[in-house]
Design a protein around this ligand. Structure first.
Ligand code: HEC
Ligand code: HEC
Length: 370
């Protein structure tokens, strides 16, 4: 297949570039870019998917009663109409609190090797228990939640059917995870291209792919099926003031004012991966996120610092932010405007058909109240 040969060559170019930049450091070379595998390949054997389990998980995902004060559902922050994210820089939060990170999409989280910006959760089953209990997200006590759901006949009977058990916190998480595994990309132009449909990408997108693999060296960190590398890097994402209006928006863009240099520029104070590993080597490092479906998941980065893909590319073109332990893979790129546009066109080819989810009708308590 001609396609694959061309692709293999570019990948090789990317790999040798990586070796040049990285010298002797122990960063593994890029994995090939491959289409998204079938979901069956990543379903854990102890939590098989069944239609009823998925339906139960979907209802739980949309049910605000999972929150301590019954005010906020998973779907409020991971909104299907907003790419399963929430469209703002920083996440919404439990009433009276503030969140400090942006909402990653749940789309294709089924394939991720670790979850959260700092990679602190290994599986969807484990992850789902996090937001339920987190004081700044749903602020719920697991025991209370179980009692609350037991009062709702739909949940009592569904847990019985699906798990042959009463409502338990573990099974709440299992059902949600099974539903999340249905939220995956379909009919992605780039996948079709990799599978041999040469017309699936236009000329500009193919140039963008070549830049991604070559001059811009994005592939050094974004590779494999998700275009992530399952690793953590310091790139120097700037701190933000959450936007409330146009004037704020201009203020946060000072970083891009060339004449301001880096003097006015402060990186985000979130310690990232270090909060998990407790190793100062991991300060300011974040998980390389998947680049799939990026068309729908703005703002970008762990704090939503960049509102558009143009801003993301400008950031990389400048070699990222100015910080002591920045990854050696972050270098000024000297991209032309045409090249920047081509990379963005390529990134657009990583988004598939919109994933449509109809919100379920939420079940009531036996007395007919919510
Ligand atoms: C108040 C907003 C909010 C609610 C409610 C919420 N999340 Fe999240 N979610 C976030 C934020 C913010 C992050 C990233 C946090 C971090 O990295 O520290 C996140 C991360 C995730 C991730 C990891 C994605 C990745 O690629 O790393 C998954 C999966 C997820 N949430 C699923 C859920 C589920 C399931 C629920 C309901 C049980 C839920 N979320 C409720 C805001 C929310
Ligand atoms: C040194 C490794 C590295 C390189 C090289 C790299 N990235 Fe990234 N990328 C990351 C990390 C890490 C993040 C998350 C940073 C954060 O949130 O603090 C990220 C985030 C992104 C995001 C935001 C995704 C989201 O959902 O928020 C996009 C888009 C992106 N990169 C595209 C690119 C492109 C295009 C290139 C090449 C010009 C590139 N990256 C080069 C590691 C890298």
């Amino acid at each position: 297949m001609k396609n694959v040969a061309v692709y293999g060559l570019s990948l090789f170019a990317g790999a040798s570039l990586l070796a040049t930049i990285c010298g002797g450091c122990a960063i593994p070379g890029p994995r090939p870019l491959v289409p998204l595998p079938r979901i069956e390949t990543v379903v854990p054997t102890d939590n098989p998917m069944t239609p009823q389990k998925v339906e139960l998980g979907k209802t739980l995902f949309f049910d605000p009663r999972l929150a301590g004060d019954s005010s906020i559902s998973c779907s409020k922050c991971h909104d299907p109409a907003k790419g399963f994210s929430n469209g703002t820089q920083l996440s919404e939060a439990y009433p009276g609190t503030k969140h400090w990170r942006s909402v990653p999409t749940v789309l294709n989280a089924a394939y991720a090797s670790s979850l959260f910006w700092d990679g602190r959760s290994p599986s969807l089953e484990d992850q789902a228990k996090g937001p339920v209990q987190a004081p700044i997200e749903m602020n719920q006590n697991p025991g209370h939640l179980v009692e609350k759901l037991k009062q709702i006949p739909y949940y009592k009977s569904m847990f019985n059917t699906v798990f042959q058990s009463d409502v338990t916190f573990d099974n709440i998480a299992r059902a949600i995870a099974a539903f999340e595994r249905t939220i995956v990309s379909h009919n992605v132009p780039f996948d079709r291209y990799l599978e041999g449909d040469t017309g699936a990408l236009d000329g500009e997108q193919i140039r963008g792919l070549e830049l991604f693999m070559g001059k811009a060296n994005c592939v050094a960190c974004h590779h494999g099926a998700l275009l992530d590398d399952t690793l953590f890097h310091a790139t120097g994402v700037p701190e933000i003031e959450p936007l409330t209006g146009d004037s704020d928006r201009i203020a946060t863009r000072h970083f891009f004012a060339k004449d301001a240099g880096y003097a006015n520029y402060r990186i985000d104070a979130d310690y990232g991966r270090e909060l998990i590993t407790k190793s100062a080597d991991d300060r300011f490092k974040f998980k390389t996120p998947s680049l799939r479906e990026v068309l729908d998941t703005a703002p970008y980065m762990h704090n939503g610092a960049f509102l558009t893909l143009e801003e993301v590319i400008d950031f990389y073109d400048e070699g990222g932010g100015d910080m002591p332990n920045k990854s050696p893979l972050m270098k000024p790129l000297n991209l032309t405007d045409n090249e920047k546009n081509a990379i963005i066109a390529f990134l657009e080819s990583l988004s598939g058909d919109p994933v449509k989810i109809t919100p379920p009708e939420l079940p009531k308590k036996a007395d007919g109240t919510f």
